[in-house]
Design a protein around this ligand. Structure first.
Ligand code: SF4
Length: 76
């Protein structure tokens, strides 16, 4: 994982824990500033309303992720 998004997020709402294969954005904490989108080398971050049809499943993954057992940042 690159983690560039973690560095630019002003509210530390991008999480992971050891063993994760991706980072997760907590939708309850994200302020929709879009700072993370251009720095992602995988072009994997979208506004929720702009997620491509073939990546819609990631919306639920980010909503359902267990943020209480994780820490902000690239911890994998
Ligand atoms: S859009 Fe959300 S996740 Fe991305 S940098 Fe802004 S607050 Fe953080």
């Amino acid at each position: 994982m690159d983690g560039a998004c973690v560095e630019v997020c002003p509210v530390d709402c991008i999480y992971s824990k050891p063993g994760d294969t991706q980072l997760f954005i907590n939708p309850d904490e994200c302020i929709d500033c879009a700072a993370c989108e251009p720095v992602c080398p995988e072009n994997a971050i979208f506004d929720e309303d702009d997620v491509p049809d073939d990546q819609q499943e990631f919306i639920k993954l980010n909503y359902d992720y267990d943020y209480d057992s994780s820490e902000p940042g690239a911890n994998a």
